[in-house]
Design a protein around this ligand. Structure first.
Ligand code: 5AD
Ligand code: SF4
Length: 474
C-alpha cells in the first residue's frame, strides 16, 4: 500500500470487491455500524459518492446524518478551488477532537484533493488521525481498503496515477428513485490553464455505448424517468473508443429507450459542440430544453490564455445556432472572474456576453490559483479588491438576466418532474421544469416522481410558484 501504480483493471475486479463486501457485512451488521459521508464539488463527485454509499450499504453500514454518531466518516473532496480544500482541513481539525472521544472512529478521505502530492504529504504529516485515503481512480476498491484497515489496524493509503479500464456493475445508492446520473466518460484532455481536473482525473476515457445503454435500461426498469449523462466534456464522448461513436449518436440511442422521459447532460465544451449535436438535441423529444455551456470569459484574449480554443464571436455564434434550433432553450454557464491579466476591458467583454446571451442561470467564480496549473505562474494575478468588485457586478447582472428569464414563465403551463416535499413548507412539492428551473406547487405527496403539467403563477429570482392544472387534480 502507499505505492503509486498504473494498473489495468478487469471487470472481474468488481466481483472481487463484491466478495469482500459480503465477508465484511456480517461483522459490520452485527456491530450496527453507521456511516456519515459528505461530498464536495461537482456532479461527478456526487455520483461517485452514490457508488460509495451503495458499497457501504451492502457492507452492512446504515447511514446517519450526524457526524458525532458515525463509526465511519468519509469526505469525498474537491480541489477545483482553494476554498473547497480549506473546508476539508477545517473539518479534519474538528474530527481530531471527535476521534479523541471516540478512538474507534474511522476517518476516510477520497476524491480529487487526494490526487495532489502536496496535499497527500500534508495529510500524512499533520493529520495522522485519518485512517484511509484513496483517490479518484480506485473508488471501487473501498471494500478492500476497509478490510485491510480492519485487519491490520494500520493507516491505508492507496493513490493511483491513472487507470485505463472502467469498472462496471458496482452497487450504487440513488438519492431519488426516479432520476439518476450515468457516467458516460471519465477524465479530461483539455487542459484549460486554470483547471486542476485533468491532473486529478486523468485522460478522457469513454464507456462503451452498450454498457451505458444497459445501465440506463436497468434504471428505467427500476422507475427512473430522468437521466443526467455525466462527463467532464461530454461533447467529445466516444472519440477514444475502438469503434468510435459521437455524442450526438449516443443521445439518439438513449432517446429510443422506452419508458425514459427526460435526458440531460453535462458538461459541454463549446469547442466540441457540433452541428450534429445541436440537430440531435432538437430532434430527440426526450432531451430537455436546457444546455449548460460554460464560456468562462468574454474576452478572446483571456480565452486564448485560458486555452479554451474558441473566440468570443465563435461562442456567440454557437449560441445563435442553438437558439435557432431550440428557440426557448434555457442556457446556463460557468464564468471565471479575474483570471490573471484580466483587464477592465476584458471583464467588460464578459459582461457583454451575459447581456447578449441572457442566461437563465450562471455559476460565477473568482479565479482561484491552483498549484501545478499553467495559470498559477502567469503574471498579473488580480488583487482581491478588484476581483471582488468585478464579481459583485457580474453577479448583479447574472441575477437580473435570470430574474427576467424567470418572469417569462408566468402564465405558461409547463411539465415539471415533482421530486420532493419542500424543505420549508411541507404542503408544497418541489420539482424541476424541462429547463431545469425549480418550481414549488401545492400538491399531494403521491405526485412525487410524476411529471405533471403546472401553470406558473409567480416568479422569484431562483424559483417559480405554480399550480397543478386541473386534470392532474382529479
Ligand atoms: N478558479 C476558479 N474557477 C474554476 N473553475 C475551474 N477551475 C477554476 C479555478 N482555478 C470553474 C470553471 C469550471 C467550473 C466547474 O469551475 O468555471 O467550468
Ligand atoms: Fe477543466 Fe477545462 Fe477540462 Fe472543464 S474542460 S474539466 S474546465 S480542463
Amino acid at each position: 500500500m502507499g505505492k503509486r501504480q498504473t494498473i489495468e483493471i478487469s471487470t472481474a475486479e468488481a466481483k472481487r470487491q463484491m466478495d469482500i463486501i459480503s465477508q465484511l457485512s456480517h461483522h459490520i451488521k452485527d456491530k450496527g455500524l453507521k456511516y456519515f459521508t459528505q461530498t464536495f464539488g461537482c456532479q461527478m463527485n456526487a455520483h461517485d459518492s452514490e457508488k460509495i454509499q451503495g458499497m457501504l450499504t451492502q457492507m452492512g453500514y446504515t447511514e446517519t446524518d450526524k457526524e458525532a454518531e458515525a463509526d465511519l466518516i468519509l469526505y469525498n473532496t474537491c480541489c477545483v478551488r482553494e476554498n473547497a480544500e480549506n473546508k476539508i482541513f477545517g473539518k479534519l481539525g474538528y474530527l481530531k477532537k471527535l476521534k479523541r472521544l471516540k478512538p474507534d472512529l474511522m476517518i476516510a478521505l477520497c476524491g480529487c484533493m487526494m490526487q495532489q502530492d502536496i496535499i497527500l504529504e500534508n495529510l500524512k504529516k499533520n493529520y495522522r488521525h485519518v485512517d484511509i485515503i484513496f483517490g479518484t481512480y480506485n473508488i471501487y476498491k473501498l471494500p478492500e481498503l476497509l478490510q485491510t484497515r480492519f485487519e491490520t489496524g494500520k493507516k491505508v493509503i492507496d493513490i493511483w496515477d491513472s487507470h485505463q479500464d472502467i469498472v462496471e456493475d458496482l452497487p450504487s445508492e440513488r438519492k431519488f428513485l426516479f432520476k439518476a446520473c450515468v457516467n458516460i466518460m471519465y477524465g479530461c484532455n483539455n487542459f484549460c490553464t486554470y483547471c486542476i481536473v485533468p491532473y486529478v482525473r486523468g485522460r478522457e476515457r469513454s464507456r462503451e455505448p452498450q454498457d451505458i445503454l444497459k445501465e440506463i435500461r436497468t434504471l428505467v426498469e427500476d422507475g427512473v424517468k430522468e437521466i443526467m449523462l455525466l462527463g467532464q466534456n461530454v461533447n467529445s464522448y466516444g472519440k477514444t473508443l475502438d469503434t468510435p461513436m459521437s455524442f450526438a449518436d449516443l443521445i439518439r440511442e438513449v432517446n429510443k429507450i422506452e419508458g425514459l422521459e427526460r435526458i440531460r447532460f453535462m458538461t459541454s465544451h463549446p469547442k466540441d459542440l457540433s452541428d450534429d449535436l445541436i440537430a440531435a438535441m432538437a430532434e430527440c423529444d426526450k432531451v430537455c430544453n436546457s444546455l449548460h455551456l460554460p464560456f468562462q470569459a468574454g474576452s478572446t484574449n483571456v480565452l486564448t490564455r485560458m486555452n479554451r480554443r474558441y473566440t468570443k464571436e465563435q461562442y456567440l455564434e454557437l449560441v445563435r445556432k442553438v437558439k435557432a434550433a431550440m428557440p426557448d432553450i434555457a442556457l446556463t454557464t460557468d464564468i471565471i472572474v479575474a483570471f490573471p491579466g484580466e483587464t477592465d476591458e476584458d471583464f467588460e467583454e464578459t459582461m457583454d456576453v451575459v447581456r447578449q446571451v441572457r442566461f437563465s442561470g450562471a455559476f460565477t467564480f473568482v479565479y482561484s490559483k491552483r498549484t501545478g496549473t499553467p495559470a498559477a505562474t502567469m503574471e498579473d494575478q488580480i488583487p482581491e479588491e478588484v476581483s471582488k468588485e468585478r464579481f459583485n457586478r457580474l453577479l448583479d447582472l447574472v441575477n437580473s438576466t435570470q430574474a427576467e428569464h424567470m418572469q417569462s414563465f408566468i402564465g405558461k403551463v409547463t411539465d415539471v418532474l415533482l421530486e420532493e416535499v419542500n424543505k420549508q413548507d411541507a404542503t408544497l412539492l418541489s420539482g424541476r421544469t424541462s429547463e431545469g428551473i425549480l418550481v414549488h406547487v401545492k400538491a399531494d405527496q403521491s405526485f412525487i416522481g410524476e411529471i405533471v403539467n403546472i401553470k406558473i403563477i409567480s416568479a422569484k429570482t431562483h424559483y417559480l410558484m405554480g399550480e397543478l392544472v386541473s386534470d392532474e387534480c382529479e
